[in-house]
Design a protein around this ligand. Structure first.
Ligand code: SME
Length: 160
């Protein structure tokens, strides 16, 4: 079991992502339980980036249901095609939302959340869930986050 994640706290986010990705791989490599692995990954992302909210929603029939997360209380169920998460699921695409108030249908779990990124978890062409990260600042996320968060999602899928 890996006890500590090491990273350069004052480094650019791309460096921090590159530092933690091999450690995430190692962290989940000895465990096949999805919930356990998602739980530890949210803890890593929270500690390295201090995201306002970071967590997973998992597909449950026609809805997403709240999974492991770090942050404030969240909505438990999101229908397919609703909110940033539900649209990311429907389109099978990563969505970067610089201002959530400008995203039609955004679901405000917290009024403090101002920008968001959602990455779908795709296994054999099916979405099994999404990784959702929220920020209390506008325009926090960019293609760097999209690239590395997708790498993390791909590691999760290939470890299943
Ligand atoms: N804002 C999301 C809902 C989930 S919370 O942000 C944790 C959405 O619009 O899908």
């Amino acid at each position: 079991m890996n006890e500590d994640i090491t990273f350069t706290s004052d480094a650019d986010k791309s460096i921090r992502y590159a530092e933690i990705i091999p450690q995430i791989k190692h962290l989940i490599s000895g465990e096949t339980n999805l919930i356990a692995n998602l739980s530890n990954i949210t803890a890593v992302l929270k500690s390295v980036f201090n995201f306002y909210w970071v967590g997973f929603y998992l597909v449950d029939g026609t809805q997403l249901v709240l999974g492991p997360f770090q942050g404030t209380l969240a909505c438990t169920r999101i229908p397919k095609g609703r909110g940033v998460c539900g649209v990311s699921w429907e389109k099978k695409e990563t969505l970067i939302v610089p201002d959530v108030l400008k995203f039609a249908g955004h679901i405000a779990c917290s009024s403090l959340s101002k920008s968001e990124i959602v990455v779908p978890m795709i296994q054999n062409d099916d979405v099994i869930g999404v990784l959702d990260v929220d920020s209390e600042h506008l325009a926090t996320f960019d293609t760097t986050d999209a690239k590395y968060l997708k790498e993390i999602v791909d590691i999760i899928i290939s470890n299943k």
